[in-house]
Ligand binder design. Structure first.
Ligand code: FES
Ligand SMILES: [Fe+2]
Length: 339
């Protein structure tokens, strides 16, 4: 996943499940995406540039169309047709509402519908960065109400209320939705988010888990302020994720300057990052790999969904994709991962 606006400055290097990719602006609101490896001599296409929607390899200048075929080889200017095997290997990519969604194979599900700017709602770009943590670990953290009191004790954690409410968990076609009310501290710098003046307030959250690696969190405060954050944990590798996050709010720049909103979420997100990156045990989605208590219900349900995905029994899969989706090494088949 990437912000489409970043492609305007030139090709962008990304990684997905260990594959190095290049994304570029293919013109007309479309993006191109391919392995970051020119078929000629393995040149790094992400170091190249674009020309009329084509990606130009920086090594010998070959130009590729967004759907893969080579369109021009500068060393043979009279040739206009080239064998199919000269094509660069592309990957599936869609641009929607300013966000680029990629998938290495045919996606099992369409890209999710997520909050973006609209009447009464403004888009605030937040983060796009790599973390040394497992994508699923960040997802579990995102749905874990008990950690807020401790990890976020310097920002919004209410340390007088560690006995947080057990969230309700409801399965959906895309994964699940979790609802909870949480008592939160509301120091001065948080009041930009909550639009509340009291020292404490209550955050009502309704958070969607779009399996496998997307969170859509909608927090509503008694003031009526709604702070939505959309967080993707793009799987770069087993213990590496790319966090792409934006916020969508129902107020104005005059109510809450975007810089201050980002600064608050930056602080909170760094608290999570410091904790998660300090975990040295490889992530396991097995239920028996850890201990769970009642309040951990979202994590338990999430691991069940991961298990169902690997077994091919998850209801969110198309019927044609049902059945074991692991390869002979036990790795999840790539096509199950839309991000
Ligand atoms: S390696 Fe890309 S054109 Fe030669
Ligand atoms: Fe957190």
């Amino acid at each position: 996943m990437a912000f489409a606006e970043d492609l305007a400055a030139g090709p962008v290097a990304r990684a997905l499940l260990g594959e190095r990719l290049v994304l570029w602006d293919a013109g007309g609101g479309r993006a191109g995406a391919a392995l970051d490896r020119c078929p000629h001599r393995d040149g790094p296409l992400s170091q190249g540039w674009t020309c009329e929607g084509r990606i130009v390899c920086p090594y010998h200048g070959w130009e590729y169309l967004a759907d893969g075929p080579v369109a021009r080889i500068p060393q043979t200017p009279d040739l206009v047709r080239f064998p199919d095997r000269f094509a660069v290997r592309t990957v599936r990519v869609d641009v929607r509402d300013g966000v680029v969604w990629g998938c290495l194979d045919e996606p099992v599900r369409p890209a999710p519908i997520v909050p973006v700017a609209g009447p009464g709602w403004r888009f605030i770009r937040e983060f796009d960065e790599e973390w040394a943590s497992a994508p699923a670990r960040l997802m579990e953290n995102s749905f874990d109400p008990a950690h807020t009191v401790f990890v976020h004790r310097a920002t919004f954690g209410d340390t007088s209320r560690p006995d947080v409410e057990v969230p309700t968990v409801t399965r959906t076609a895309y994964g699940m939705v979790i609802r909870s009310d949480l008592s939160v501290a509301n120091p001065g710098f948080a009041q930009i988010i909550t639009a509340e003046a009291s020292a404490k307030t209550v955050r009502h959250t309704e958070t969607q888990f779009h399996a496998p690696f997307l969170r859509v969190m909608r927090s509503t405060y008694p003031s009526g302020a709604v702070h939505q954050i959309i967080t993707a944990a793009t799987p770069v590798g087993d213990e590496c994720l790319r966090l792409v996050q934006w916020a969508v709010r129902n107020d104005t720049e005059a109510d809450a300057p975007a810089d201050a909103v980002v600064a608050f979420d930056r602080r909170v997100t760094w608290e999570d990052q410091a904790l998660l990156e300090a975990i040295t045990v490889p992530y396991s989605d097995r239920l028996d790999a850890n201990i769970h208590i009642k309040v951990d219900r979202p994590t338990v349900e999430m691991r069940r969904i991961y298990e169902e995905i690997t077994q091919g029994s998850w209801a969110g899969l198309r019927p044609t994709d049902r059945g074991p989706l692991v390869d002979s090494d036990g790795d999840l088949h790539r096509s199950t991962l839309v991000t």
